[in-house]
Every structure is written in structure tokens, then in C-alpha cells.
Design a protein around this ligand. Sequence first.
Ligand SMILES: *[C@@H]1O[C@H](CO)[C@@H](O)[C@H](O)[C@H]1NC(C)=O
Ligand SMILES: *[C@@H]1O[C@H](CO)[C@@H](O)[C@H](O)[C@H]1NC(C)=O
Length: 232
Amino acid sequence: MPFLIWFNLLLLSPNVGASKTCFPGCHCEVESFGLFDSFSLTKVDCSGIGPHIVPVPIPLDTTYLDLSSNNLDSINESMLTGPGYTTLVSLDLSYNKISRIFPSTFSRLRYLESLDLSHNSLVALPDECFSGSLLGDVDLSNNFILDITTNIFASKGQGKPINVDLSNNLISLVSRHQGKAIPNIQSLNLSGNRLKKIPDLQGIPLRFRPTPSKTCQLSKRSICPTTPTSNP
Ligand SMILES: *[C@@H]1O[C@H](CO)[C@@H](O)[C@H](O)[C@H]1NC(C)=O
Ligand SMILES: *[C@@H]1O[C@H](CO)[C@@H](O)[C@H](O)[C@H]1NC(C)=O
């Protein structure tokens, strides 16, 4: 059935690379899908421009926004607001100098699934800063975070599994507020920190790799890897 195959290809294969009117300095790449390219997603790359880039206007169908390497030192909600932001799925803020985020910083990004804050200068994270989104992956590695309360990764309602990378920080204490929502953390990377005692991860549905040991390793390279083993 060559026609059917052709039809499927037409329907599913993305048409990558078309460029689009984009904010000066940024680079936009459009992927179109569907019959006659009826459906499109845009990746916007505004990396390496400078702190004046925020807030940057982005196309309405933007799914991925790269704001890395811009010397940003603080990020608030008015820098992540405007048409296109509400439906953003992935945001890269890595390699900046961000030392401050606010409880409301990501509050407008209601469909955000992936957030990269690695290689910044964060020392602490405000409560509730991730509570308004649907985050499935958050990279906080290579910051200066001193302690962490796992409840901040609990998402409201959904209970969506989240992968958290906290490697290469200065974390000495991982705690949890009793009585608050239990986060559905799927994997937690605490390698390269300064843990003084084994974190209280009771009730958190971490999934461990079956070999070489069934436990989460907290030695030099402490990792709780992602491979699902318990629940199919
Ligand atoms: C966000 O930060 C910018 C620059 O520091 C400031 O002008 C603006 O008023 C801030 N917005 C909010 C909502 O705090
Ligand atoms: C945890 O983080 C370290 C350092 O960033 C990395 O080398 C390692 O691969 C990570 N482990 C997993 C399971 O992702």
C-alpha cells in the first residue's frame, strides 16, 4: 500500500528548518507537522546575547526557548511573560549568573515540562517556585545550593513524576516538611554534594536500578538512577 505509507509520512514527518520572523539576535526554527504543514512548533534560540534580551517576544507556537549564556542574574515573572509563554514546554536558563528566583518566577509557564537552571549561582530555592507548572525534568546541577526541601518538587493535583538533578551543589541537608504534599520524584541526583547524613526520602517513590546494589548510592557519586524497576 504505497499510498498509505506516503500518506503517513506526509502526516507525521516534521518538516524541519524553515525559519521564521524572529526577534533580532535570536534564531527561530520551525518544525511543521501534519497534512500541508497544518501544525507547527517553533524552537527559539536567544542564547549568548546579553541580559537586555529579557523579556523577549516569542512566536505563539514556541515550545522550546533557549536563554542560556546571557549573563542574567535574577529572573522574575515579568521576564517570562507574554504571548507564547503560556504554552512553552521547555526553557533553558543554563550558564547564566542567576542567584535569585522568586516564588512567582515560573508561575505563568503553566505547561512547562522541562527546566534547565544548571550552571548558575543559586544558593536557595523559594518554596512554591515550581508548584504552578507540570515539570517533569528540572536540572539544578552546578549551582551553590546549600540545602533542599524536597516538597518544592511536589506538583499540585497531577502528581506527575519528576526527575531532579541536584548534582554538584553544596547541599549538606535534604529535608522534608511533614504534612505537606509528597513529591513524586522519579530520580534524584545528589552526586557531588556535601551530605552529612542520609536524606529522609521516605515515601518518595524513587526508582532504583536493580544492580549492582538495590539501594540508592550516597557515596562519592551518589545517585538514585531513573530506570523503572518496581512499577512496570
Ligand atoms: C523584574 O525585574 C525587572 C528588572 O530588575 C524589574 O524592572 C521589574 O519591575 C521586575 N518585575 C517584577 C514583577 O518584580
Ligand atoms: C549524576 O550527576 C553526575 C554529575 O553531574 C553525572 O556524572 C551522573 O551521570 C549523574 N547520574 C545520573 C544517573 O544521571
